[in-house]
Ligand binder design. Structure first.
Ligand code: ADP
Ligand code: MG
Length: 687
């Protein structure tokens, strides 16, 4: 398939497409890795000493014989023209493209020199595999040379000169149809070698294939045609000389190039020398055998990629080929999250590479937003180098990568929890909020439940400070299919909660949550591995058996009295409660309030109720009053409503207000004081 065909295919939905050549490089890498002939080391930065100077770039090439002229096809010309004019903002990517071509050429040579059938024929197969770059300000040139596979004349023509007609036409048509700004073209199509013409008005390629006696010189100004000539003095591999345009002289500046190499190609598998000095100091630590990387190396690498002085608290380093090829090195910071991380505006901390070449340093979407505190590198051979921004955001490939990575991260954290709960609890204290955010924001139930495995709660059945997971709860609950939870500001208040009373009597284990978001998270989650999550308040409101008044105990109000009192309360508290019920579930409390969804109600009170009138608030909350027909106050109230209606009404209102406080539905309990004083005055009247 033609180059342009490949580009177009890529631009269409299928970014999974792989060219045969890419596959070869991929296989090559695997073979080399399996044979351990490619040791990946990690080194610390250190200044290159004078004696370390090493360069292979020399001026030895001499064209010989006739030069032949070749025309670019018409469409190729247009493409070159567009490419050269359109890439203002990201001209520097030509360096990434040329380096990755050089790296591909080295990998191909490595593969051929290692494969049994062909290696016998190859001369000079033990040569050092390197990439060299030199800059020359005076002559305004940028030169890159590799000792890789090189090209024969035919390969030169087919690789650097031909773009199939149909493909080009389709490309141009698509361009017209899209009417996008030309700047976005590189983002969408990636143009590899041709990106040289963004910065150069003349490009010379010297290249020699293994075993060829002589090399070739290819020259073009990127306009109408290119020339090919035999050349001697060409070293095996490929040397590309860019004669820079006047306004691109910055690319003949060593410091500029150094920065660009560091940015895009620092971790490429082969050494890059810039003007004789090693330029990519740090080797791709994520491709190393996880067991061989020391803690100090992780610390250094973490500092490098996160740009911080922090250290990692957890390190997840793994490689897999199923369901896709991934080498990932992910770090969880030791430091607490700052305001910056807390903000959902903050981008991802993970860089995406393919075959050691950077695609994007902060790649959103390869991990979900809530994992934005994770820093690291993901390298997947399945991602094509020229994957565009647009496709990065929305492609099946990226989605798949995200799913695989997310499950792996969750599994990893879960393993940490099992391995060392104390350490995990510290992590949870610092980063638990992100997990909760994850559960609330992911729309997919299975993903919610997966993340929910990482939650921790105190339990009514354990001492305070001991924490369990939802999985622990399920494994201990023998007969109950539901998971009960109770939200309260503290353990003391949780244990004293009227809603908890009857569950406590039944020895039902209840999870206690003290963080304001916990109950929202559990409400959102709804269920966990087939077990319903039930708040104690909801359990009470839905408990039909408790309102069954057929078997009342002797110390209780009688049924008729209950009905009388309920009706009376309903009328006195009209506008506040929608119904009044008797319940057998209360012991020491006279009454409680239930609402449909307590977590949502409390959240509403905290966040939105301020601007609403009291009536409106009750209309939204629809409180239900549950009374305890055995409680002395309730029994007294039944009498009082006839003997002292005024005091009884004050008392009813006070009971209602108290219950609202106890339910956590009153923001500031001080509002109660006035009515309480009225009640006290009236009560003390008699004495
Ligand atoms: P791509 O790398 O996506 O195939 P490029 O435009 O970057 O597209 O390169 C075109 C082709 O030219 C490559 O596929 C390769 O066959 C050849 N090529 C480019 N640079 C080199 C090099 N340094 N050594 C050998 N072959 C090269
Ligand atoms: Mg390329």
């Amino acid at each position: 398939m033609s180059r342009l065909g490949r580009i177009l295919k890529l631009s269409a939905q299928s970014v999974l497409f792989k060219s045969g050549r890419d596959c070869m490089v991929r296989n090559n890498l695997k073979i080399i890795q399996a044979g351990k002939t490619f040791p990946v080391r990690f080194q610390h930065s250190e200044a290159t000493k004078e004696e370390d100077y090493h360069s292979i770039i020399k001026d030895t090439e001499k064209p010989i014989g006739e030069s032949t002229k070749h025309e670019f096809q018409a469409e190729t010309r247009m493409l070159l023209d567009i490419v050269a004019r359109s890439l203002y903002s990201e001209k520097e990517v030509f360096i990434r493209e040329l380096i990755s071509n050089a790296s591909d050429a080295l990998e191909k040579f490595r593969y051929i020199s290692l494969s049994d059938t062909e290696s016998g024929n190859i001369k000079d197969k033990d040569r050092a595999l390197e990439i060299h770059i030199s800059t020359d300000k005076n002559n305004r040139t940028f030169t890159i040379q590799d000792t890789g596979i090189g090209m024969t004349k035919d390969e030169l023509i087919s690789n650097l000169g031909v773009i199939a007609k149909s493909g080009s036409k389709a490309f141009l048509e698509q361009l017209k149809a899209k009417q996008t700004a030309e700047e976005s073209i590189i983002g969408q199509f990636g143009v590899g070698f041709y990106s040289s013409f963004m910065v150069a008005d003349k490009v010379e390629v010297y290249t020699r294939s293994p075993n060829e006696p002589n090399g070739w010189k290819w020259t073009s100004d990127g306009m109408g045609n290119y020339e090919i000539q035999n050349a001697e003095g060409v070293q095996p591999g490929t040397k590309i000389v860019l004669h820079l345009k006047a306004d691109c002289r910055e690319f003949s500046d060593e410091d500029t190039i150094k920065q660009i190499i560091t940015k895009y190609s620092n971790f490429i598998g082969s050494s890059i020398y810039l003007n004789g000095k090693k330029a990519n100091i740090i080797q791709p630590v994520w491709l190393a055998d996880p067991k061989s990387v020391t803690t100090q190396q992780h610390i250094d690498f973490y500092k490098f990629i996160s740009g911080s002085y922090d250290v990692p608290r957890y390190t997840l380093h793994y490689k897999t080929d199923v369901p896709m090829s991934i080498a990932a090195l992910l770090y969880f910071p030791e430091g607490k999250p700052g305001l910056f991380e807390m903000s959902r505006e903050t981008g991802s901390g993970v860089a995406l590479y393919t075959k050691r070449v950077l695609i994007k340093s902060h790649t959103d979407n390869i991990l979900p937003k809530w994992l934005r505190f994770v820093k690291g590198v993901v390298d997947s051979e399945d991602i094509p180098l020229n994957l565009s921004r647009e496709l990065l955001q929305d492609s099946n490939l990226i989605r798949k990568l995200r799913d695989v990575l997310t499950s792996r991260v969750i599994k990893f954290l879960h393993d940490q929890l099992k391995k060392n709960q104390e350490q995990y609890e510290k992590f949870y204290q610092d980063y638990g909020l992100f997990i909760k955010e994850g559960i609330i924001t992911t729309p997919i139930q299975a993903e919610k439940e997966n993340a929910a495995k990482l939650l921790l709660f105190e339990s009514s059945h354990l001492e305070s400070d001991k924490k369990i997971t939802l999985t622990d709860y399920i494994s201990r609950a023998k007969d109950s299919r539901d998971i009960f939870y109770l939200a309260a500001p503290s353990r003391t208040l949780a244990e004293a909660s009227p809603y908890y009373e009857s569950l406590k009597k039944r020895s039902q284990e209840v999870l206690f949550c003290y963080e304001p978001y916990d109950e929202l998270v559990l409400m959102q989650l709804q269920q966990f591995q087939g077990h319903k999550l039930i708040s104690v308040e909801k359990d009470m409101r839905d408990d039909k058996a408790a309102s069954d008044l057929t078997n009342l105990s002797d110390d209780s109000l009688k049924r008729s009295e209950i009905n009388e009192l309920s009706d009376w309360l309903k009328s006195k508290l009209s506008g506040k409660v929608v119904t009044v019920n008797a319940t057998t579930r209360l012991e020491n409390h006279p009454c409680v309030i239930t609402v449909e969804e307590m977590a949502a109600a409390r959240h509403f009170i905290k966040t939105q109720s301020h601007s609403l009138s009291e009536d409106r608030r009750y209309a939204i909350l629809q409180p239900q009053l549950e009374i305890n027909p055995r409680h002395p106050i309730i029994k007294k109230l039944h009498k009082l409503k006839n003997s002292d209606p005024q005091l009884a009404e004050l008392l009813a209102n006070q009971l209602f207000a108290n219950s609202m406080v106890s339910a956590g539905l009153v923001e500031d309990p001080r509002v109660l004081l006035t009515s309480m004083n009225d009640l006290l005055v009236k009560a003390l009247d008699k004495h």
